[in-house]
Design a protein around this ligand. Structure first.
Ligand code: PHE
Length: 394
């Protein structure tokens, strides 16, 4: 009995020592996202994509034999919390690099912290141009809204063949305000007319006043560059008011919750997005297959974008050379050794040099403005399901 007790004691001690040793020997990355709050599916979906990427890299032996660990912070879908979360990741956890956010306003709140601390940040899916303009340490792996706005304006004017649009946007949301403007620019350039520009704020649940003014103008289409919760409610209330015209929007609609909230009201509506599960490219189909086995669901766009951001980060860390044997001293704490401004600059440079990276969401090349040029897809809601309509190349 006594021998057994000693054995158990030593086993626990050995395990503890092992985990401590491991802890000192991992590459620490940070992630911030909306795991709760008004856009919780954005953060959760991204997190799954990132987790899958990191697991795969670790399973394949890590980077130069060093395993990765990601610290995830929830920002509750609030810009102020995004700033707090990233301060913690950068100052307290001292991560090598930060992944996030989905929403442009939250990326904009956090990016100056990364830029000032000279910690590279990659947003998987923030599309507002201002995000990467914060500084040379801020990157994205998705297209930007001038392109997305153009895609939907051309789609409305050329494919739906409509010339009178109304806009209903979220005034406190950088993404929404920007995308409304970019849509207007192209739509009017093509010869269309924007009859009115109404607004709401994230969290609102009552949109009938704005919809009533829109109805009075008699447009052919309403462009709603918002996020899924409000869009679902707007669609329902529009139909209640007898508005039958198509509602169209951007990537912010993309969530499994959209159709749960909007239901039938969203039939015959369209939005632009980064990916469609109907794409037959092997990269996408293999991704979906593994994602389904892991999480038992079909991913929305944020999962593959999160995955691509994480794999590009790993690839850049590897190419930066900071983990090559001559740079890593045996017996010393790994993060203390490698997490220097010099090394983070090397990672920054390696991300900036990303060229023809075979991502799930497409071939990714980071341009001189630290953005990616990629095609967009247009999706249609039909019988409360998403249907791929077309791919539009930049
Ligand atoms: N592009 C949106 C933004 O910048 C966020 C988003 C990306 C939402 C992808 C859904 C899907 O705010």
């Amino acid at each position: 009995m006594k021998v057994f007790k000693y054995l158990v004691f030593f086993l626990i001690l050995a395990l503890l020592l092992l985990t401590c040793a491991k802890k000192e020997d991992v590459i620490l990355l940070g992630e911030f996202g909306s795991l709760t709050g008004t856009t919780a599916t954005f953060g959760k979906s991204t997190q799954k994509g990132i987790e899958m990427a990191i697991d795969q890299v670790n399973k394949a032996g890590g980077i130069e034999g060093k395993l990765l660990k990601i610290i995830v912070e929830d920002d509750q879908s609030k810009p102020e919390e995004a700033a707090t979360a990233v301060k913690k990741l950068v100052n307290q956890d001292r991560v090598l690099l930060v992944l996030g956010e989905v929403a442009s306003s939250r990326s904009l709140a956090a990016a100056p912290i990364c830029q000032n601390a000279l910690v590279p940040m990659i947003t998987p899916s923030s599309t507002n141009p201002k995000v990467t303009q914060v500084g040379d340490y801020i990157f994205r792996v998705c297209f930007i809204d001038p392109f997305q706005g153009e895609v939907m304006a051309k789609f409305a004017f050329n494919t739906l063949k409509v010339s009178k649009a109304a806009i209903l946007k979220d005034v406190k949301n950088d993404y929404s305000v920007g995308l409304a403007q970019f849509f207007t620019d192209t739509f009017t350039r093509l010869g269309g007319e924007v009859l009115c520009d109404e607004s709401y704020s994230e969290g609102d649940i009552e949109f009938r006043a704005q919809l009533t003014s829109i109805r009075a103008k008699n447009p052919d289409v309403i462009f709603i560059p918002g996020y899924y919760t409000e869009v679902g409610l707007i669609a329902r209330q529009a139909r209640d008011l007898g508005i039958k015209i198509p509602l169209i929007g951007g990537d912010g609609w993309d969530s499994p919750r959209l159709l749960e909230i909007g239901g039938e009201a969203l039939n015959n509506c369209y939005y632009s997005n980064h990916y469609t599960p109907e794409d037959t490219r092997p990269e996408i189909q293999n991704f979906i297959k593994e994602f389904k086995t892991r999480y038992n669901e079909i991913p929305d766009a944020m999962a593959p974008l999160g995955y691509d951001a994480a794999t590009i980060a790993c690839d850049a860390i590897k190419r930066s050379g900071i983990l090559s044997p001559e740079n890593v001293k045996v017996g010393k704490n790994l993060m203390e050794t490698i997490n220097t401004p010099d090394n983070r600059k090397k990672i920054r440079d390696a991300i900036a040099q990303t060229k023809d990276f075979p991502g799930v969401t497409g071939i990714i090349t980071i341009d001189e403005n630290r953005n990616a040029k990629k095609p967009a897809v247009v999706l249609k809601v039909e019988d409360q399901k998403l249907k791929f309509v077309e791919t539009i190349y930049p």
